[in-house]
Design a protein. Structure first.
Length: 281
């Protein structure tokens, strides 16, 4: 569990007030602020740093003002919601990519159930193109969000498929998950040459009206439907971009690790096919 000081510092980090009660309005505010302030990034995979799925991730997100992959930032948000007494549950997911589902526990997200209304809401701040606001489950009505048009389907009684703009993103399972359940997959992401986080070095953050992504020295900004890409020249320009766009202060620009694949490009702009929204050849 987070300490009271960690909770307060976390709220300051994302620019949120402490909610008076753990209700839907508070969840919407916390998720939106988190999504717009905590980047989706893979820098530590290339810097050789450990990746944590416990309270230690709060040091990275809150005090070092960093982001991370889904295992990191969804874990951090889960711990925050838990500390604020939200009825939150973790779930394991299988991502849809290249016409099939990945292995179990490939992605982690959460649901929040509000007993007073009987409603259940999906919350995911770590999927690259996840919805900015919580999405209600158990309804056929689409969720129209600043990040797209989302919907869900129930192919089996205990499973939910999540779609963005009518394209399948991932499948999650009703059975609650625990953080230790993801250790084996985390080890794979952290060590295997085929890991997309080791093959690609990126930092990406939604904007109010678009998205900004930095890959090495290539900065891409999508704003108001207009996309610009700039190749930054020199270390100072790269470090300034990390600070300006993501609030990340680094001593030197991170370099791609030994498994980085120059033939693969990260794209948060052109594709909607599961992890292909992250990895494009």
């Amino acid at each position: 569990m987070l300490t009271e000081q960690q909770v307060q510092d976390y709220l300051v980090r994302i620019g949120a007030d402490r909610p008076e009660r753990p209700d839907l309005a508070a969840l919407r505010d916390l998720q939106e602020r988190h999504t717009l302030t905590v980047p989706f990034e893979s820098l530590d995979y290339h810097l050789g740093h450990e990746i944590y799925m416990d309270e230690r991730i709060v040091d990275k997100v809150v005090y070092r003002r960093r982001g991370g992959g889904c295992y990191e930032i969804n874990t951090a948000f889960y711990l925050l919601l838990q500390a604020l007494n939200f009825p939150v549950t973790l779930h394991q997911c299988r991502v849809w990519i290249s016409g099939r589902f990945t292995a179990p526990h490939n992605h982690v997200m959460m649901t929040v159930h509000f007993p007073d209304t009987g409603s259940r809401w999906m919350s995911d701040v770590g999927f690259g193109k996840s919805s900015r606001l919580p999405m209600r489950l158990g309804t056929t009505e689409p969720h129209v969000d600043p990040h797209g048009r989302f919907s869900t389907r129930r192919p089996e009684p205990d499973t939910t498929d999540v779609y963005r703009n009518d394209l399948l993103q991932y499948r999650f399972y009703d059975e609650p998950a625990e953080l230790p359940d993801f250790r084996q997959n985390l080890w794979w992401y952290r060590t295997h040459p085929a890991s997309p986080f080791l093959q690609n070095m990126f930092c990406s953050l939604p904007l109010e009206n678009g998205r900004v992504t930095l890959q090495g020295n290539k900065l891409t900004v999508l704003a108001d439907g207009r996309q610009t890409t700039e190749t930054l020249v020199g270390d100072a320009a790269v470090l300034e971009a990390y600070q300006r766009w993501f609030g990340i202060t680094l001593d030197e620009p991170p370099a791609p690790g030994p498994y980085a694949d120059d033939s693969m490009r990260m794209s948060f702009f052109q594709s909607d096919d599961g992890l292909k929204s992250l990895v494009l050849r």
